[in-house]
Design a binder for this molecule. Structure first.
Ligand code: IMP
Ligand code: MG
Length: 182
């Protein structure tokens, strides 16, 4: 049987309550920005699935979901730099208000790649929503239109974010020590 995670191993950075409060604010902002229109939330699998599901329920305007998947970090805390599309959008984004939903904007390579891909299909608008933002790691000139929290260069887990596919189910966002064994 697996053990509950030890508090002292993974200190909390943002509690579930803090995340919920910020997510509600972002939802209100989206409602205001797109009043009278509809939006498509495009989640980046798998990390953004948790944020998307909570954010969507804070949005009152007409809203549909789609998902894309790209190659990820794998087991390591560092990206290889290359982004590969594993799953494309199900529906065309032509003429639609697309909000690309990410868990975390880090180097920006993933979102820059997806932005380019989606823009090829001529959406009406394209916005980026990222729960977390690590601007100090940025390699691409890209920013989130809707950003939850800005954080320093720390590796985080929980609320959709993983380390070697684990910890996505933690309700709050926690710090992963750099020397954590694989
Ligand atoms: P980027 O392409 O470097 O911006 O990183 C994009 C992806 O890397 C994110 O969608 C996450 O899946 C992953 N990532 C970046 N930083 C972290 C982290 O601190 N914890 C977990 N995943 C991360
Ligand atoms: Mg991700």
């Amino acid at each position: 049987m697996s053990q509950p995670i030890a508090e002292q191993d993974f200190p909390v950075l943002f509690t579930a309550e803090q995340i919920a409060r910020r997510t509600a604010e972002i939802g209100q902002q989206i409602d205001a920005d797109f009043a009278g229109e509809s939006v498509v939330l495009v989640g980046v699998l798998k990390g953004a699935a948790v944020f998307l599901s909570d954010l969507a329920r804070q949005i009152s305007i007409n809203c549909t979901f789609d998902f894309v998947a790209v190659s990820s970090y794998g087991k390591h805390q560092r990206s290889s730099g290359a982004v590969k599309l594993i799953k494309d959008l199900d529906q065309s984004s032509e003429g639609k208000n697309i909000i690309l939903v990410e868990d975390i904007l880090d180097t920006g390579l993933t979102v820059a790649f997806l932005r380019k891909l989606i823009l090829q299909h001529r959406p009406r608008t394209l916005k980026i929503a990222a729960l977390l933002d690590k601007p100090s790691r940025r390699l691409e000139n890209i920013d989130a239109d809707y950003s939850g929290f800005t954080i320093p260069n720390h590796f985080v887990i929980g609320y959709g974010m993983d380390y070697a596919e684990r910890f996505r189910n933690l309700p709050d966002i926690r710090l992963m020590p750099p020397d954590y064994p694989e």
